[in-house]
Design a protein around this ligand. Structure first.
Ligand code: ADP
Length: 399
């Protein structure tokens, strides 16, 4: 590229020189005027001969010069622990490395500085592959050590924090194991009863009716579980897309209460809904907000004492809309509260299953609240009852 540009400049100069000579010969200019003409024309032709791309690229030539920045300043600017090793010793360690391994490591043998058998072996072998290290820093922290040779005896050692990634992997594995277990339990029961029905029990009308009812209940349980799993994955898939439709929460709450009142026998009569007049709308996803209300009111009906009220209140608080669902029941012991929104976490698994619970209701509520940029609070007093509060930002009023 540079050769091509200078070739073009020489060509331009040659054209300018020839033009000046012609001007000189034709007009009888003196030598000085001819030289000035020559220079002016050369500049003009050189500019014309350069393409716009080349003119734009020209200043970059100075930007590619190597910056005069010391290596330790570069290492210091990196957020993760990085060490520069030479002759097996730590020559430089950035702030993150000194915090993790101790300020004393500079000058130490690298195997002593990192103090981990797998790291020592890795450094001694000079292996180019990354190695996972557990137990450096806090016990639950996981690091991946990566090394890169910089010269015959110099290496850069980089520790990458994998704790979050590892926790996410474990959660995924646990979730698949739990979901499979939850689905297998009713499935085994269905297979068992169908086999018995196919044998002698199928001939006895009373037994057949009873067994078929069990098969139906277990199949319904599987259906609820699959529906909840699908809801969760749908909400998760949309978690970074905040909903933008105005939703009238009061109307959604009335509809949900009506559905639950008619489908839950006597317990439905215990629902008491109070909505503040002129409740502002929220920007939301109506289906997901209906599911949120359904799960919270459903839980209050399930776990609250029969005959006691299930109070559902919608009110404004500052610039938010507040939904509270309160019941009077056994409540929840404080140690369980932080884990209630984990998938499949139940205080009493037997009770939840016998009441038709999937263990996913509050996990769905939490995901819906997060997607709506809201807040979820669960307060409970054992022996007295539980109050769940969801706060959602009100939709901005159109001006
Ligand atoms: P489930 O389908 O089991 O009801 P959830 O995710 O909705 O699952 O709730 C998780 C657990 O939290 C329940 O199993 C139950 O132990 C407890 N829980 C939820 N809501 C209430 C409540 N209103 N009162 C008492 N316990 C509750």
């Amino acid at each position: 590229m540079i050769d091509e540009i200078s070739l073009r400049t020489w060509l331009a100069l040659a054209v300018a020189a020839a033009t000046a000579a012609v001007v000189y010969a034709l007009s009888g200019y003196d030598g000085q005027t001819a030289l000035a003409t020559l220079a002016g024309l050369a500049a003009l032709v050189a500019i014309v001969a350069t393409t716009p791309e080349e003119r734009a690229a020209a200043p970059a030539a100075t930007a590619t010069e190597r910056p005069d920045v010391p290596v330790d300043a570069v290492l210091e600017a990196i957020g993760e622990p990085v060490l520069l090793m030479s002759g097996g010793r730590v020559m430089l360690a950035n702030a993150a490395a000194r915090t993790l391994l101790g300020a004393h490591i500079v000058g130490e043998d690298a195997r002593v500085a990192i103090r981990h058998p797998a790291a020592a072996e890795h450094l001694a072998e000079g292996s180019p592959h990354p190695v996972d290290l557990v137990g450096i820093g806090t016990l639950d922290q996981r690091w991946q050590m990566r090394t890169a040779p910089l010269g015959p005896d110099t290496r850069l050692v980089h520790l990458v924090d994998q704790t979050g990634q590892h926790a996410a992997d474990r959660m995924r594995v646990d979730f698949v194991a739990n979901a499979s277990h939850e689905l297998r339990t009713p499935l085994s029961s269905i297979i068992g009863y169908v086999e018995t029905l196919a044998d002698e029990a199928g001939d006895e009308p009373g037994l057949r009716k009873r067994f078929l009812a069990v098969v139906f209940d277990e199949a319904r349980r599987m259906e609820r579980l699959v529906e909840d799993l699908m809801s969760l994955s749908r909400i998760e898939a949309e978690k970074f897309r905040p909903p933008r439709t105005e939703v009238d929460l009061a109307a959604v709450a009335r509809e949900t209460c009506n559905t639950l009142t008619t489908s839950h026998g006597n317990r439905g009569a215990d629902i008491v809904l109070s909505v503040e007049p002129s409740l502002p709308a929220v920007l939301g996803d109506e289906t997901q907000l209906s599911q949120l209300l359904h799960n919270l009111i459903g839980n209050a009906m399930k776990y609250g004492r029969h005959g006691t009220p299930v109070e559902v209140t919608l009110a404004t608080r500052d610039t938010s809309v507040c939904i509270t669902v309160a019941d009077q029941g056994d409540g929840i012991a404080p140690e369980h509260l932080p884990r209630l929104t984990e998938r499949f976490y139940r205080v009493d698994a037997g009770r939840s299953r016998s009441l038709g619970g999937t263990g996913l209701g509050l996990a769905i509520v939490k995901h819906v609240v997060d997607r709506h940029r809201g807040r979820l609070d669960i307060a409970s007093t054992p022996g007295v009852g539980t109050k769940v509060t969801v706060t959602l930002p009100a939709a901005p009023v159109a001006s």
